[in-house]
Design a binder for this molecule. Structure first.
Ligand code: ZN
Length: 97
């Protein structure tokens, strides 16, 4: 770097960002610079906050599902239950008969 000792650098402030995994990331900003609200943790990529007691929660990453996929999933569950019920009924019937 080599410019830190020149004495003519703009005043800077040290901002520490905290992520939900407990990582601390200290970064220097010019005093006049706007502190970014969103700063991804360089270690785990989670969003961070300057508030140690209130780091933003990790975003839930859910695989994209279409409505049809949900319907199919539900239907296959119902089908599975129905098949199981049918099998049990047949089994009981056989035993009983
Ligand atoms: Zn982190």
């Amino acid at each position: 770097m080599g410019e830190a000792e020149r004495g003519d650098t703009a005043p800077r402030q040290r901002i520490v960002f905290f992520c939900a995994n407990g990582h601390e990331t200290a970064t220097w900003f010019a005093v006049e610079a706007a502190i970014p609200e969103a700063w991804d943790c360089p270690r785990c990529g989670l969003p961070t906050s300057t508030d140690v007691n209130n780091p933003p929660p990790a975003p839930k990453i859910e695989p994209y599902k279409t409505h049809l996929a949900y319907v199919r999933e539900r239907r296959s569950d119902a089908d599975g239950d129905a098949l199981l019920e049918e099998a049990l009924t047949r089994l009981r019937g056989r035993r009983g008969g």
